[in-house]
Design a protein around this ligand. Structure first.
Ligand code: SAM
Length: 227
């Protein structure tokens, strides 16, 4: 299915992406030109197994299997903008899911490590990224609630699942001058939170509410807490 979809990334899909960006992203206030260009260039329909193809560009999260979702396009744009990427960063994404957010990050930074706890999702994401020739993303299978200490520190960390508290491991693995973007709150509603590390001090800002699937792991939700 994905091969025939690749061929469908023609003029029509480019138009779908342009409408998505105008109507859902720019209309809601995202202004970072680099984020907008990255989202124009990544064929979102190759990351979402839905039909018809237009649904992949709709203003909503969508199922990707294993009870997980790909985030709404606006959420991807908003979180990416909050990272303030300039191009030379090493980024950690927790929650690879479909691999779509990782593909956007790959366009905007030097190197991306993305960690996913569900093996099948991680493997499919890796295949999709390979097919698109994206070489600066490393997909790792594991519990990212404890970060990925092997490759730390990271200039930016983005968590695409909701957590009851900010995992201390992620703060530790954030480089000096770095930014962490993370949804924090209950299992049904979170606050999109940005943490900055400056001169060893931590500064925190709450940007707005959001709803994510839970970050399940040693420093996130324990499975028995919400099942
Ligand atoms: N960024 C993804 C994309 O572009 O498709 C969407 C991520 S989805 C909203 C959240 C993902 O986080 C799910 O795939 C889920 O399995 C994963 N996840 C949850 N807890 C995790 C953990 N502790 N470590 C790594 N991944 C986790």
């Amino acid at each position: 299915m994905e091969d025939s979809r690749a061929e469908e990334d023609d003029e029509y899909c480019r138009k779908l992406r342009e409408s998505m960006i105008e109507d859902q992203i720019i209309a809601r206030g995202v202004r970072d030109r680099r984020v907008i260009e990255a989202m124009k260039s990544i064929p979102r329909h190759l990351f979402v197994p839905v039909s018809p193809i237009e649904r992949a560009y709709s203003d909503t999260p969508l199922p990707i299997g294993e009870g997980q979702t790909i985030s709404q396009p606006y959420m991807v744009a908003w979180m990416t903008e909050l990272l303030r990427l300039e191009g030379d960063e090493k980024v950690l994404e927790v929650g690879t899911g479909s691999g779509y957010q990782a593909a956007i990050l790959a366009k905007l930074s030097r190197e991306v490590y993305t960690i996913e706890r569900v093996k099948s999702l991680a493997e499919t994401a890796r295949e999709r990224l390979d097919k698109l020739g994206i070489e600066n993303v490393h997909v790792v299978i594991g519990d990212g609630s404890a970060g990925l200490p092997e490759y730390a520190p990271y200039d930016r960390i983005i968590v695409t699942a909701g957590t009851p508290r900010i995992p201390p491991a992620l703060v530790e693995q954030l480089a000096e001058g770095g930014r962490l973007v993370i949804p924090v709150g209950s299992s049904s509603l979170q606050m999109l939170t940005v943490l900055k590390k400056k001169n060893g001090k931590i500064y925190k800002k709450e940007e707005g509410s959001c709803v994510f699937v839970p970050l399940v792991g040693v420093q996130g939700w324990k499975p028995e807490e919400f099942f």
